[in-house]
Design a protein around this ligand. Structure first.
Ligand code: NAD
Length: 509
């Protein structure tokens, strides 16, 4: 068995906060953090009070004037040092992810690597912030646009990518000259805390990055404080909508990324073996707890559907489920007992709704892990769009096969769905793929790519109820989100010549 030891997890018994580059201990309402593979409570995490959040906001506010005026090249050097440190601590951070989230260690390393990519991108900030310049927009008049930081900005993140999703936010926010407060998920708080300490070691000045752990009380303190200029949120749609509505009502810039139901269309001309392999990884990887997980496979025609279901059944039979510390496993546990029971409840519901449960993961026993939140992979066939298992995000290892008659009908299903995060198509037909990419109503499209998560120099986001706000996360959109444009028009009188007052609006030159 290839086992990665969980070592040196840099957390106290109670995970506190990190404010002004200092660990802040806090015994306020400590909540248990549980290892999902064993059910064991490994540590506790403090829930910040409003007063603690206000201390973090004050620290960020005080750090802003100097950080705003720090040359972008110097900010980039700190990011570069941070990236080096992250790479040095890659195993420790990934082990913390596996310990608290449950995902398989190499999946945790993969998540971590995609987060570090955004730090790579942030290292280019002097180039990215160069702005726009036009000489002689009128006689002797020059004009340029400057992209200025907003001030104190905050990020609120979900449990399922405890290292990567925070890194979608703070490297770019900080590189743009803002100061930042992170409120990570209370379910797996250790990896963001290690990263916070590494930012300090990289030379980030006090107060530029602050971390508060907590729940709704901490989030509401951020939402209701006038000093916070912008909020980035990633999590479930209900909370995303609340954050967007409350934040924008309070005059903040908000981007709130929510839930998903990602479809894959399998066309009759597709390489079916390839499509099945892709579906297996995208549906069951990370136990289906990915916002880009494929949860619906729409097969065009009964022949394709029969073949896909048969091959999926065979592949599922070879999947190994167990603790994430054993990298020969394909799937780990679900995050909590409550979430396990919710996902299991959806499997019961699917049967009641009349779908065919062709693979039932409910009876799974992982030896030696009776208290782990394990659920085996589940596969439903003959799912229809009126069923709740089709309409709602399950966020677990449950794949629904829907049968459709044509690409057009399959695309209509996707376009009618309330979520619009990602979708993909498996085909050998360039025309069908191009039509799909052009007309499908989602934010991220894959063509023979099951998890089309954009790289760090593009931007990530969904449409419809998968994103509230106008701008995507990281990539070029993050420069727009974390800065405010200012356009400056300048004239210096030549030779002391004074112009007469003009009363007409300046016309075309
Ligand atoms: P969640 O919405 O329960 O929690 C997200 C964050 O909001 C956490 O920090 C949590 O403490 C806070 N929070 C929870 N309830 C709150 C409330 N009532 N008021 C204020 N704050 C609150 O989400 P989760 O269970 O941690 O994560 C899973 C969800 O995140 C799934 O729906 C998944 O699709 C979504 N997600 C979306 C993306 C994306 O990019 N669209 C990426 C990852 C996860």
């Amino acid at each position: 068995m290839s086992t990665i030891p969980i070592k040196n997890i840099a957390a106290a018994e109670i995970v506190g906060h990190f404010i002004n580059n200092v660990d802040v201990a806090d015994n306020n309402r400590p909540q248990p953090v549980t290892n999902p593979a064993t059910g064991e409570i490994t540590r506790h995490v403090a829930m910040a009070s409003q007063a603690t959040v206000e201390t973090a906001i004050a620290a960020a506010q005080a750090a802003f004037p100097a950080w705003r005026n720090t040359p972008p090249a110097k900010r980039a050097r700190i990011m570069f040092k941070f990236k080096q440190l992250l790479e040095e601590y890659a195993e420790e951070i990934s082990a913390a992810i596996t310990d608290e989230h449950g995902k398989i260690f190499d999946d945790a390393m993969g998540e971590f690597g995609r987060g570090v990519e955004v730090v790579d991108y942030a290292c280019g900030i002097p180039e990215l912030l160069k702005g726009e310049y036009s000489k002689n927009v009128g006689p002797g008049i020059d004009s340029w646009s400057d992209f200025q930081p907003l001030g104190v900005v905050a990020g609120i993140t979900p449990f399922n990518f405890p290292a990567m999703v925070p890194m979608w936010m703070y490297p770019m926010a900080i590189a743009c000259g803002n100061t930042f407060i992170l409120k990570p998920s209370e379910k797996d708080p250790t990896s963001p805390l290690i990263a916070a300490r590494l930012l300090k070691e990289a030379g980030l000045p006090d107060g530029v990055f602050n971390l508060v752990n907590g729940d709704k009380e901490a989030v509401d303190a951020l939402l209701n404080d006038d000093r916070v200029q912008a909020i980035s949120f990633v999590g479930s749609t209900a909370v995303a909508e609340y954050i967007y509505t409350t934040g924008t009502k309070n005059g903040k810039r908000v981007q709130a990324l929510g839930g998903a139901k990602n479809h894959a269309i399998v066309m009759p001309d597709a390489d079916i073996d390839n499509a099945v392999n892709a579906l297996i990884g995208a549906a069951y990887g990370s136990c289906g707890e990915r916002c880009m997980a494929i949860s619906v496979a729409v097969c065009i025609g009964d022949e394709v559907a029969d073949s896909v279901v048969r091959k999926l059944q065979a592949e599922i039979a070879s999947l190994k489920v167990g603790p994430g510390t054993d990298i020969s496993n394909h799937m780990g546990p679900l995050i909590t007992k409550v979430h396990h029971d919710k996902v299991r409840g959806y499997v019961d519901l699917g049967i009641e709704e009349g779908a065919d449960l062709v693979v039932d993961g409910r009876g799974l026993v992982v030896e030696g892990h009776a208290d782990g939140n394990f659920l085996g992979p589940c596969l439903f066939d003959n799912v229809t769009s009126d069923m709740r298992i089709y309409q709602e995000e399950i966020f677990g290892p449950v794949l629904c096969v829907v049968r459709a008659e044509s690409e057009e009908q399959a695309m209509q299903l996707i376009n009618d769905h309330e979520y619009g995060n990602g979708a993909c198509i498996f085909t050998r037909d360039g025309e069908a793929a191009r039509y799909f990419a052009d007309n499908i109503q989602v934010g991220m499209v894959g063509i023979n790519v099951p998890l089309p998560v954009p790289v760090s120099y593009h931007s990530f986001g969904g449409w419809k109820r998968s994103l509230f706000g106008d701008l995507f996360a990281y990539g070029p959109d993050s420069i727009r989100f974390y800065t405010r444009r200012k356009t400056i028009t300048q004239r210096w009188p030549v030779g002391g010549v004074r112009e007469k007052a003009k009363f007409a609006f300046p016309g075309r030159q």
